[in-house]
Design a protein around this ligand. Structure first.
Ligand code: RFL
Ligand code: PHB
Length: 394
């Protein structure tokens, strides 16, 4: 027998999208239940994004979880692009008339949101199995799952599919009702986290003839570094020493001497993909975040796009329940997709400029070099990059 529950919005997935939506809805007095496949510890241990746009920070403030972010987040006014032996600093502050980004890990964002949800005692089911979304084309959609050997059925007005790229929500939409657009890149990123001071105060995105690298951080004492690797790279072959040696060899010589080595506390490989599903709605179910789209991490847009989706979706639900207006719900997919495609374009463009593409010809390599030269000598080109990096408005 299913235990029957009822709510206004059933949220599938307790990643940043699902938890942020739950918090914003709760603040507006809208009931919601979160259903997550993994354990809370597992969700909170995932190391992913690190750069927040101001729009994301504003939304986290609005959700009531901005305090620690304000204390511990690192405000960055610029970043570097290194291209072979050349070097360019993008002065975000100057190029965008005063804007910046904040370096604060996704792990911390998720932790802050999860603690806020717990403090409000909002209902969440972690380690839910056999999650199914049903009756999506009716006005009483339904989520079924098993939790601690008990079968549940939740009747909701709406379902928010915040369950990531491999989730059940998008997969439940009939093929003829959804279009998918995809590009898979012929490489991945090998990342490590280490309790060592970052090689410099600002991020460095680098194109080296042997491949891309990124120097990022989580705090003044914790670094996050990435190296371009092959799609089928065997992580077991990457000792810490091999990682540090490879990174040091790719860094510009003026910076390489500052690299502080230490044991890795996490090491993982992420494939690179661009992906968009259209529309982000099927009946009473809405897709948000990675459930609806993926960007390669080069532009630091994944988490920030999830936040802007949630901005549109939470406002649409609030307008529906508080102002009894349906129009924002009906416009959600179109509005969110306009911003998503621009971030897809930017992430694809930056990925193309900074990576070594094994199949590319000598002509393509010269074009890549020309792209960087143009950027170095055109303030307009730098402004365009900076405008996208700090985040397009919403
Ligand atoms: P998430 O974070 O994937 O969360 C989805 C949640 O849904 C759960 N789930 C289910 N729950 C119930 N039933 C089911 N059937 C379910 N199936 C899945 C999952 O367990 C999970 O908890 O999606 P969300 O919330 O939309 O957030 C998006 C961001 O996480 C994502 O865009 C970024 O992390 C992308 N990303 C990166 N973005 C950056 O900006 N910079 C990065 O460096 C960066 N690195 C990464 C990344 C994504 C990665 N993934 C997805 C493999 C590195 C990796 C490895
Ligand atoms: C990170 O710190 O993990 C990070 C930063 C910038 C990116 C991607 C990842 O573009």
């Amino acid at each position: 027998m299913h235990k029957q529950l009822q709510t206004q919005v059933a949220i599938i997935g307790a990643g940043p999208s699902g938890l942020l939506l739950g918090q914003l809805l709760a603040k507006a007095g809208i009931d919601n239940i979160v259903i997550e496949r993994q354990s809370k510890d597992y969700v909170l241990s995932r190391i992913r994004a690190g750069v927040l746009e101001q729009g994301t920070v504003n939304l986290l403030n609005q959700a009531g979880v901005g305090d620690r972010l304000h204390r511990e987040g690192l405000v960055h006014h610029g970043f570097d692009i290194a291209f072979h032996h050349q070097h360019l600093r993008l002065d975000l502050e100057k190029l965008t008339s005063g804007k910046h980004v904040t370096v604060y890990g996704q792990t911390e964002v998720t932790k802050d949101l999860s603690e806020a949800r717990q403090a409000l005692d909002l209902p969440s089911f972690y380690e839910a199995s056999e999650v199914k979304v049903l009756d999506l084309l009716t006005d009483a959609p339904n989520v079924q799952f098993i939790h601690e050997q008990q079968a549940y059925s939740i009747k909701a007005d709406f379902i928010a599919g915040c369950d990531g790229y491999h989730g059940v929500c998008r997969a439940s939409i009939p093929k003829e009702s959804i279009q998918e657009f995809e590009r898979v890149y012929p490489f991945g990123w090998l990342g490590i986290l280490s309790d060592t001071p970052p090689v410099q105060e600002e991020l460095i995105y680098g194109n080296h003839p042997d491949g891309f690298y990124l120097c990022s951080m989580r705090s003044p004492t914790r670094s996050r570094y990435y190296l371009q690797c092959t799609v089928d790279e065997d992580i077991a072959k990457w000792s810490d020493n091999r990682f540090w040696d490879t990174l040091q060899a790719r860094l510009p010589s003026s910076i390489a001497g500052n690299l502080v080595r230490g044991p890795s506390i996490e090491k993982s490989i992420a494939p690179l993909r661009s992906f968009v599903a259209e529309p982000l709605r099927y009946g009473q179910m809405f897709l948000a975040g990675d459930a609806g789209h993926i960007v390669p991490p080069t532009g630091a847009k994944g988490l920030n796009l999830a936040a802007s989706d949630i901005y549109y979706l939470s406002n649409a639900f609030i307008e529906y329940y508080v102002d009894h207006q349906q129009s924002s719900i009906d416009q959600y997919s179109e509005k969110a997709l306009q911003r998503i495609w621009k971030a897809e374009r930017f992430s694809w463009w930056l990925t193309n400029m900074l990576h070594h593409f094994p199949e590319k010809s000598r002509f393509d390599q010269r074009i890549q070099q020309a792209e960087f030269d143009y950027l170095c000598h055109s303030e307009l080109a730098q402004k365009s990059l900076a405008e996208n990096y700090v985040g397009l408005p919403y």
